[in-house]
Design a protein around this ligand. Structure first.
Ligand SMILES: NC(=O)c1ccc[n+]([C@@H]2O[C@H](COP(=O)([O-])OP(=O)(O)OC[C@H]3O[C@@H](n4cnc5c(N)ncnc54)[C@H](OP(=O)(O)O)[C@@H]3O)[C@@H](O)[C@H]2O)c1
Length: 191
């Protein structure tokens, strides 16, 4: 769950009082409480698999999505620490940190070489189970993550300059809606 559809300062969160609680509950509290519920049975059985979905935004700090980024680093650290604690008891806790996947959250944006469809992403991600306890989930996202760490080092990502640039970008929801409208018009014209 995210705060807004566009890059925004923390104080620009709409309905902030309610939204902040919702984001923390949905992204972190639910993960922790669900783990408390399922882990004891796994320990008893001496086997188990937990897959937690973090985000590339939870790999490094991302200004303008501060709360989302902070909740996702919680998921990353919580999962990695649990894996270290419980792997000797036969339990795998895998943390998946994707980039862009076409889902409701991303307004079903068009799939391309950077954006995976949900089914293609899930297929690749599931195949990483048993090979990696911390993964981007698919090859394309692993390459993008590596490229981002080179092209957007901390000093640049956290700079006022980049914050100004990101703030000037149009609302992503509007962009995606316009892109899909253009695609629909193109399809109608062709017919
Ligand atoms: N899509 C991406 O590009 C992307 C990238 C990185 C990480 N992720 C992470 O992947 C996970 C799944 O997201 P998704 O992309 O599959 O998005 P999605 O299709 O929108 O699914 C989000 C899920 O969260 C539930 N949810 C949202 N707000 C909630 C709330 N306040 N209380 C309870 N449940 C709530 C939704 O329930 P309803 O179906 O009832 O609305 C839905 O099941 C999320 O943790 C997201 O942060 C996604």
């Amino acid at each position: 769950m995210t705060c807004t559809d566009h890059f925004a300062y923390f104080l620009e969160t709409p309905d902030a009082e309610q939204k902040i609680t919702q984001i923390i509950n949905c992204n972190t509290l639910s993960v922790t409480q669900m783990t408390r519920l399922v882990l004891p049975g796994m320990v008893d059985r001496g086997t188990g698999l937990i897959i937690n979905i973090s985000s590339e935004m939870g790999v490094r700090p991302h200004p303008l999505v501060a709360l989302y980024s902070a909740t996702k680093i919680f998921v990353t650290y919580f999962s990695r620490c649990l894996h270290a604690e419980y792997k000797s008891m036969g339990i795998t806790v895998q943390c998946v940190a994707p980039l862009m996947v076409s889902t409701n959250m991303t307004h079903n944006m068009q799939v391309n070489c950077l954006v995976k469809s949900a089914s293609a992403f899930a297929y690749e991600a599931v195949n990483t189970v048993g090979h990696s306890s911390y993964t981007s989930g698919c090859l394309s996202h692993a390459l993008q993550s590596a490229a981002l760490s080179l092209l957007l080092p901390d000093w640049l990502r956290m700079s006022s300059f980049l914050i100004r640039v990101l703030k000037s970008l149009p609302n992503t929801k509007t962009c995606w809606r316009k892109a899909s409208q253009r695609k629909e018009r193109f399809t109608v014209t062709k017919e």
